[in-house]
Design a protein around this ligand. Structure first.
Ligand code: FES
Ligand code: FES
Length: 191
């Protein structure tokens, strides 16, 4: 089946099997290996990407379901030359150890701050409850998200994920605070 999607601002046309998961399309077909596979069962959050600006676990979405939509992976959030404030904060706050969970954690945290620019520590923990880390004990992750929120509120953000969305992309409709990770049109695939 043909899949026509926009990934990190660029159009991608793929010929895939209907059963191919979005995470595997990103990693294996497009070489975007910053999106990790930790469990394949919707438990760990390592595969988190933004779909039309909203965080989803890409192991719960078929690639064909993303056709016609906009995907942002960690590679589209920032790179070594221009880190996103969230990436800088994880670095400077030591919000990681092995790093396996980190890309998904950062994508989820970016989504969290889009919906709630000044979250409390409890709100940060709740916002990241779908992302598991087996190394850090989470304390420095919360510190990093707090620091990124401060930096972004202070205007230190050099770009936002919204600015990465192409002008012809779907309108972003952030879910009401506290609602599920998967936008309504993708909810059949489960969280
Ligand atoms: S790989 Fe663990 S939630 Fe997707
Ligand atoms: S830093 Fe190792 S799993 Fe989170």
């Amino acid at each position: 089946m043909n899949v026509d999607l926009t990934v990190n601002g660029e159009t991608a046309v793929l010929d895939v099997e209907p059963r191919l998961l979005l995470v595997h399309a990103l990693r294996d077909n497009l070489g975007l290996t910053g999106t990790h596979v930790g469990c394949d069962t919707s438990s760990c959050g390592a595969c988190t990407v933004l779909l039309d600006g909203v965080s989803v676990k890409s192991c719960t979405v078929f690639a064909v379901q993303a056709s016609g939509h906009v995907v942002t992976t960690i590679e589209g959030i920032g790179d070594a030359d221009e880190l996103h404030p969230m990436q800088e904060a994880f670095w400077s706050s030591h919000g990681l150890q092995c790093g396996y969970c980190t890309t998904g954690m950062i994508v989820s945290a970016v989504d969290l701050l889009q919906r709630n620019p000044d979250p409390s520590d409890d709100e940060i923990r709740a916002g990241l409850e779908g992302n598991l880390c087996r190394c850090t004990g989470y304390e420095n992750i919360v510190t990093a998200v707090r620091a990124a929120g401060r930096a972004m509120r202070d205007g230190a953000a050099r770009h936002s994920v919204r600015e990465l969305m192409p002008l012809h992309g779907p309108t972003l409709e952030p879910p009401p605070s506290g609602e599920g990770i998967i936008p309504p049109q993708f909810q059949e695939a489960g969280r």
